[in-house]
Design a protein. Structure first.
Length: 239
């Protein structure tokens, strides 16, 4: 089973600054709790026992709050002194992990994926990288993804602003740690989406699995306000 996870929590949160400006976006309060606490509780419920939080902007707001532990789960940190992009941030955090396969997720969105079912699919395909995909009715904010009958990803389509349904990247990944580290350069900024997935789509085994669980991205004010209601009924309980 998966036991380690990386949470990306280093972004500036530009779109949310009008609503929440004094803390990093993952620390935005939702019903009196940092949004990040809901993610950590979710991970703990699936047996994750070590989380590396990749920080940058206002990093101390996160590390001083959680310190080294959350409900029995060990917390480690990395800090980007200079922005490294999603790929560079993940790479830095993976150096603090020790197991072969690592769950990676964003600190400003929540996608209710059954982690161990997801991991089983990843292992069955012996994937180098896996993406959790979500069908949304309006994919205009996102790029869309195509895959073949064997669930191997065949194309990443740029977001085009069209208000149509589409299969999107839910921002929850499983990475083969050694493959990722050996395929990328340390200390270099890069996008995992553009510079890793898209460039290696033909020579690496990159799979996508569709899940229909609850999904929200609090990066824009209207969805942040929606989370205040939605998370009153959060299925994973914070102790």
């Amino acid at each position: 089973m998966l036991t380690e996870a990386v949470i990306l929590a280093g972004g500036f949160g530009t779109r949310l600054q009008a609503v929440v400006s004094d803390v990093p976006k993952p620390m935005a309060p939702v019903n009196g709790q940092p949004f990040l606490s809901f993610i950590l509780t979710y991970l703990r419920s699936f047996g994750i026992n070590h989380v590396v939080i990749s920080t940058g902007y206002l990093a101390e707001k996160i590390s001083s709050f959680y310190q080294g532990e959350y409900n029995g789960m060990r917390i480690s940190y990395t800090k980007e002194e200079n922005p490294l992009g999603t790929g560079g941030g993940i790479r830095l955090a993976l150096e603090k992990c020790s197991t072969e396969h690592i769950l990676v997720l964003n600190g400003d969105s929540f996608f209710d994926v059954d982690i161990q079912t997801y991991y089983h699919k990843h292992c069955v395909h012996d994937a180098n990288a896996s993406l959790a995909l979500r069908m949304v009715q309006d994919a205009s904010r996102y790029g869309t993804i195509q895959s073949n009958s064997e669930e191997r990803i065949t194309a990443f389509n740029e977001k085009d602003g069209k208000h149509v349904a589409g299969l999107i990247n839910g921002g929850v990944y499983i990475l083969n740690r050694n493959v990722f580290l050996n395929s990328t350069e340390p200390g270099q900024p890069f996008s995992i989406e553009k510079d890793f997935y898209e460039k290696r789509i033909t020579d690496m085994k990159i799979f996508g699995y569709e899940f229909d669980g609850y999904f929200i991205d609090i990066g824009i004010p209207e969805d942040y306000r929606k989370a205040q209601d939605d998370f009153k009924e959060f299925k994973y309980k914070i102790n």
